[in-house]
Design a protein. Structure first.
Lengths: 114, 111
């Protein structure tokens, strides 16, 4: 099993550009989520999904879109990049119900917006 | 007020010391309490999990939850240089809900 994979590992964008961060998991997990990690702010939830076709907003959803068409994939779209979106982005997945407390994280995408 | 508060440190201890890491929270509905460990430039990985109040021990690690004080702790006994990492607490109301993370405490264990 590859676990949770994220691409790209690094990305530099100019203000106003759009892009999609990819996330995939091969553990058949229902729950998937996106976090951003900033110094002094910890991990903050952007969006999450409890299954294909179901998504919901987290703590900091503005400027980001998600969709969940399959169990395996949960892409995060930046609509119009801003310097405030410079961060490290982590995708995570877990079971729902019993065992949902164990989230498996991907290796992260380091995004810089200039 | 943030849902979860955690002292960011940094914390530096000699090898073999006992380490105490703590978080406080404001939402009394939290029932699931987790500790994650994150090495530099890696994703977090689950270290300990506790449901509701009480203690849980796993090798050199002990997690404590005091719901009356809204306070959780992670103790590391006989700390090793390999324990050097950032430790994040996390909480949720139920297993299908949002997880709230602390800011993380950076720990360095000096040989």
């Amino acid at each position: 099993n590859a676990g949770v994979t994220q691409t790209p590992k690094f990305q530099v964008l100019k203000t106003g550009q759009s892009m999609t961060l990819q996330c995939a998991q091969d553990m058949n997990h229902e729950y998937m989520s996106w976090y951003r990690q900033d110094p002094g702010m910890g991990l903050r939830l952007i969006h999450y999904s409890v299954g294909a076709g179901i998504t919901d907003q987290g703590e900091v959803p503005n400027g980001y879109n998600v969709s969940r068409s399959t169990t395996e994939d949960f892409p995060l779209r930046l609509l119009s990049a801003a310097p405030s979106q410079t961060s490290v982005y982590f995708c995570a997945s877990s079971k729902t119900g019993t065992g949902a407390y164990e989230q498996y994280f991907g290796p992260g995408t380091r995004l810089t917006v200039t | 007020q943030k849902e979860v508060e955690q002292d960011p440190g940094p914390l530096s201890v000699p090898e073999g010391a006992i380490v105490s890491l703590n978080c406080t929270y404001s939402n009394s509905a939290f029932q699931y309490f987790m500790w994650y460990r994150q090495y530099s430039r890696k994703g977090p990985e689950l270290l300990m999990y506790t449901y509701s109040s009480g203690n849980k021990e796993d090798g050199r690690f002990t997690a404590q939850v005091d719901k009356s004080s809204k306070y959780i702790s992670l103790f590391i006994r006989d700390s090793q240089p390999s324990d050097s990492a950032t430790y994040l607490c996390a909480m949720s109301v139920n297993t299908g809900n949002q997880f709230y993370f602390g800011t993380g405490t950076s720990l360095t264990v000096i040989p």
